[in-house]
Design a protein around this ligand. Structure first.
Ligand code: CU
Length: 345
């Protein structure tokens, strides 16, 4: 257990005073061999101690303190329902995207030197309709070369990778990506400069929605981008979240209405970990992988995604109350990737 133990402890120490005293507690308890906790005490005392530790843990789920959305310049509560449709000019849907460097706070007291599209992580959720012509005016105002690589069907020249088409967009340079919105579904965009893992991990990614021509049924629509942050540059993540801020939706739950159709656009851009997952408590959802078919593939309560995978979840909450959702990779949940839906009548 040596390596795992060292790894877990050092990773949690990086969370600083906040999560290390709260979220990490039950985990640390779980990992400490029982004799070191209970040595020299009776089984009854051990049981009481066990209960006390477990209770302390469960009473302090999440982090202590808050991340100030004003300091970050973006708010995960807003990102949930913020769809950027750009502007339509001469029959072309168009966006201006700027890559910059920016320090952001990803958990209370934990700062991260991010790279951002339009000032936020994840970048804006770009939304278009199937078949439209799209144009992205991309400017690199950072100090490293960057690109924008869109998932979808388009010509190689518009693929946003080094050495093809415009290739790397150097610091201070601009380029224009132009292609048609196809196929309909839930996609993503991200920087494709090398080293690729670092350019993604730093925060250069966002959701990209192409609505089917006939649209989808009306719903309360939410965007959740599952991400992680490697705060000590060891190519593994110390913080996990949806929409960047660890434990964000624990303190400020996602508010939805009982009986209303809720549609979650769920994207996994977590770097360094092969899989991430989404699990909702006390409910089930229809799952549409990549959103490219109008019929759901699954009716389930848990979905597992590799890097770059995404899908649409549709569900209704039959009862009011607070319902957890979190990564079913427990380590991720304990390091920030958990939250609540708060269902009101
Ligand atoms: Cu980049």
């Amino acid at each position: 257990m040596g390596k795992l133990w060292d790894n877990k402890v050092s990773r949690r120490r990086l969370l600083g005073g906040a999560a290390a005293t709260s979220a990490a507690l039950p985990v640390l308890h779980e990992l400490i061999p029982h004799q070191s906790l209970h040595g020299g005490i009776s089984p009854a005392e051990a049981a009481v101690e066990h209960h006390r530790m477990a209770h302390r843990g469960s009473a302090h789920l999440g982090a202590v303190g808050h991340v100030d959305p004003k300091a970050n310049g973006f708010d995960p509560q807003v990102i949930l329902r913020d769809f950027d449709e750009g502007r339509v000019r001469g029959g072309v849907r168009e966006w201006d995207i700027l890559a910059e460097e920016k320090e952001i706070e990803v958990a209370p007291g934990v700062k991260y030197a991010a790279w951002v599209y339009n000032g936020r992580v994840p970048g804006p959720t770009l939304r278009a309709k199937e078949g439209e012509r799209l144009r992205i005016n991309f400017t690199n105002a950072a100090t490293h070369p960057h690109t924008m690589h869109f998932h979808g069907i388009h010509r190689a020249l518009m693929d946003g990778i080094p050495t093809v088409g415009a290739g790397n967009v150097e610091a201070g340079e601009s380029t224009v990506y132009e292609f048609d919105a196809t196929p309909f579904g839930l996609h993503l965009y991200h920087c494709h400069s090398t080293p690729l893992a670092e350019h993604i991990a730093k925060g250069l990614y966002g959701a990209f929605i192409i609505d089917p021509k006939a649209g989808r049924p009306p719903a309360d629509e939410l965007v959740m981008v599952m991400n992680g942050f490697d705060t000590n540059f060891d190519r593994s993540n110390e913080i996990y979240a949806v929409n960047t801020v660890a434990f964000e939706y624990m303190d400020r739950p996602v508010r939805v209405k009982r009986g209303e159709l809720v549609r979650v656009y769920l994207v996994n851009v977590t770097e360094f970990d092969p899989i991430n997952s989404f699990h909702v408590h006390a409910n089930f959802f229809d799952f549409f992988p990549t959103g490219t078919r109008l019929e759901p593939r699954d009716y389930t309560d848990t979905v597992v995604m590799g890097q770059g995978e995404r899908g649409i979840l549709e569900l209704r909450f039959p009862y009011t109350g607070k319902y957890m959702f979190h990564a079913h990779v427990s380590e991720f949940a304990e390091l920030g990737w958990m939250g609540f839906f708060e269902v009101t009548g």
